[in-house]
Design a protein around this ligand. Structure first.
Ligand SMILES: [Ca+2]
Ligand SMILES: [Ca+2]
Ligand SMILES: [Ca+2]
Ligand SMILES: [Ca+2]
Length: 453
């Protein structure tokens, strides 16, 4: 079951449940839980576990279970970039240029071309007589004409994205022992990015003694693009069963030093989304007041603004992305592209990261020229970048028992007058009657198959 049970419209949500102390001491030293880049918390089922009783152990105060902080980060994930068409030329030592009569032209030189290769093609090169290897690296179309200058027939070559030129030393024992070692075990490498559509690289290096030849390979599959579509799921355990808690984002900065525009979502034990909040805290920070279940557990998630279904993508546009994947898979038998929330090259979900074929980047998803619904993509703009929630940054969430009611606050919602409940736009108002009370708790516990005490 998925239901949305209300959004905060004012800055502060207030709820009260009979039996919760209205005041409590916040311990001097608040325990801090920190999780950084490496994480496996992108799905509710594998949420980051937090033991609230550890807070008690940390401070020695039983009350610390009632108020502690969780610190985390919507980190940058990485997806594959476009694969540029790469070309490599190995040059000999420059020699004096001659005119058509065979006479030396003073000051003019030519570079003999020793070998030429395209992406993925291994060039086996012997050193020049000064033990140098001289390379020109550019777009395939640029190297075609024998000059490496960023131009293909005097026009920009138009390739974008990263290439890595890998160098393997062979030791002279006959057979090359270069790439057979494994493509990730290069002796040297040059990483280069076509970023203006007319870039080219020259590289020359002296090979060590004892090395008889080198294998040179231009790899076009190393480029990555940073994407902000992280979602963090948490499961807090050992809270007081069936008591209300408020989760308030109280801090956190993006890489641009702005407040991290969070959203919070409350999930039940079956990982069904129960309610969400975007800006219930200060400015763009979120605030969500919920109940711990009968086991003292709260499951919730943090994502970036615009992603209230917690898949990491902007809700408003994400259908286009899923449609695109469906279309691609339909038109390409055997393809099974699938989006996984938070997939990144830097984490263990490597296998789930989609590497799009070049024709997707070029705006075509089949050889027959069927145009991509996403239009033409440039390097650095993988399909995910069009749909990411786009929020990368830290966050600090205060987890607090009950509802702190500031009687002096001008935002304080009106008291219902019956002494044990407060009215207001509280997120835990499950039956939507405008009041958070024991009825809501009974409904909540019925979600979990529990009964009230
Ligand atoms: Ca994270
Ligand atoms: Ca995450
Ligand atoms: Ca927000
Ligand atoms: Ca979404």
């Amino acid at each position: 079951m998925t239901r949305t049970i209300g959004r905060l419209t004012s800055g502060i949500a207030v709820m009260a449940v009979v039996g919760v102390a209205s005041t409590y001491a916040v311990p001097g030293a608040l325990p801090l839980y920190t999780f950084c880049e490496l994480e496996d918390n992108d799905a509710c089922e594998v949420g980051q576990k937090i033991d609230a009783s550890a807070a008690v152990a940390f401070t020695g105060f039983e009350e610390s279970r009632d108020c502690f902080y969780i610190t985390g980060k919507l980190q940058k994930d990485c997806v594959w970039d476009i694969q540029p068409k790469c070309g490599v030329i190995a040059f000999g030592k420059p020699v004096a240029a001659r005119n058509s009569n065979g006479q030396v032209i003073p000051g003019a030189f030519v570079e003999p071309i020793l070998a030429q290769g395209q992406s993925g093609q291994i060039l086996n090169l012997a050193p020049n007589d000064d033990r140098t290897i001289r390379l020109g690296v550019s777009a395939g179309m640029d190297t075609f004409d024998g000059t490496v200058n960023g131009l293909a027939q005097n026009a920009p070559h138009g390739e974008f994205g990263e290439v890595t030129v890998k160098i393997f030393y062979n030791n002279g024992n006959g057979a090359g022992n270069g790439p057979v070692r494994g493509i990730d075990e290069a002796d040297d490498e040059y990483v280069f990015r076509f970023q203006n559509g007319a870039d080219a690289l020259r590289a020359a290096f002296i090979i060590p003694s004892g090395v008889s030849s080198v294998d040179v390979l231009c790899c076009n599959d190393t480029g990555m693009v940073e994407i902000c579509y992280d979602v963090d799921h948490y499961e807090i355990n050992n809270l007081i069963p069936a008591k209300p808690y408020c989760l308030t984002v109280v801090g956190g900065l993006t890489y641009d030093c702005e407040k991290t525009d969070t959203v919070l979502g409350w999930f039940n034990k079956n990982c069904e989304l129960q309610s969400t909040n975007d800006n219930g805290g200060q400015d763009v920070f979120s605030r969500l007041c919920v109940f711990a279940d009968g086991d003292g557990t709260i499951r919730f998630a943090v994502s970036g603004a615009g992603d209230l279904d917690f898949d990491g993508l902007i809700d408003e546009f994400q259908k286009d992305f899923y449609d695109f994947l469906d279309l691609y898979n339909t038109l390409n038998p055997g393809a099974n592209f699938e989006f996984r929330t938070g997939a990144s090259l830097k984490d263990a979900s490597f296998g789930h990261v989609i590497r799009y074929p070049r024709r997707v980047w070029d705006g075509y998803i089949t050889a027959s020229g069927f145009p991509s619904p996403l239009g033409q993509l440039g390097a650095g703009y993988p399909p995910e970048s069009l749909f990411q929630h786009g929020v990368c940054g830290g966050y600090t969430i205060k987890v607090e028992l009950g509802e702190h009611v500031d009687l002096d606050s001008p935002n304080r919602p009106a008291d219902s007058g019956n002494g044990d409940t407060l009215t207001g736009p509280a997120l835990a108002d499950l039956n939507g009657d405008g009041v958070v009370n024991a009825q809501d708790l009974a409904i909540l516990l019925s979600f979990w198959g529990m009964t009230t005490e």
